[in-house]
Design a protein around this ligand. Structure first.
Ligand code: GAR
Length: 206
């Protein structure tokens, strides 16, 4: 079978990338293959995780490229060159413009650490999402994997899972629970689901 060629975009520690790498090793992710990891931050630990798994890595920063538009153009060129079928945002802390997302319609997925449409959109990323959930006082939060379009965190939802907030939670303890109970499970599942759909489309087109 012709597997979907996957690029994972990261900015930080890369625990979600690790979940994808582990899913590939265990066979849970079998319709797609991670062939590239791109970081928009120099020295991101995710790059080490990728290198350890023998995956090609690339660092592309907005600053080095000379602005967001040039960054997106360079990124699109690298992805096209490698015939990437699926782009996975796994802790990628930069909003992509419509110019970019429309080029890869239904080909970009993102994991968000809340139950969209709560605590999402511009300014809601990383620990800030959990701080906002605790400040609001919700008793249940979770994670969402969704397609990426021009609206930040606004694309079609693929998978969602709820996680309880417990008395005494801090943003850090909540972040960890949401990762363990939701993100690291959902993201590989969604990656496999979308990869399988892409494979089917590819077969139909040949
Ligand atoms: C994860 O919780 C991810 O959902 C979140 O950042 C963390 C990255 O951790 N992403 C966003 O907030 C994007 N809006 P990781 O680098 O260990 O995967």
């Amino acid at each position: 079978m012709n597997k979907a060629r996957i690029a994972v975009l990261v900015s930080g520690g890369g625990t979600n990338l690790q979940a994808l790498i582990d899913a590939q090793a265990s066979g849970l992710l079998h319709s797609g293959e991670i062939v590239l990891v791109v970081s928009n931050k120099e020295g991101a630990y995710a790059l080490e995780r990728a290198a350890r798994a023998g995956i090609e890595t690339l660092v592309l920063t907005r600053k080095a490229c000379g602005g967001q538009e040039a960054f997106e153009q360079a990124l699109a060129a690298e992805l096209t060159k490698r015939q990437i079928d699926l782009i996975i945002l796994a802790g990628f802390m930069s909003i992509l413009s419509e110019g970019f997302t429309s080029r890869f319609e239904n080909r970009i997925i993102n994991v968000h650490p809340a139950l969209i449409p709560s605590f999402c959109g511009k300014g809601f990323y990383g620990l800030k999402v959990h701080e906002a959930a605790l400040a609001y006082g919700v008793k249940v939060t979770g994670a969402t994997v969704h397609f990426v379009n021009e609206v930040p965190d606004g694309g079609r939802i693929i998978l969602q899972k709820a996680v309880d907030i417990l008395p005494g939670d801090t943003p850090e303890t909540l972040q960890r629970r949401v990762m363990e109970q939701a993100e690291w499970i959902l993201l590989p599942q969604a990656a496999e689901q979308v990869s399988a759909e892409i494979c089917k489309e590819k077969e139909n087109n040949t």
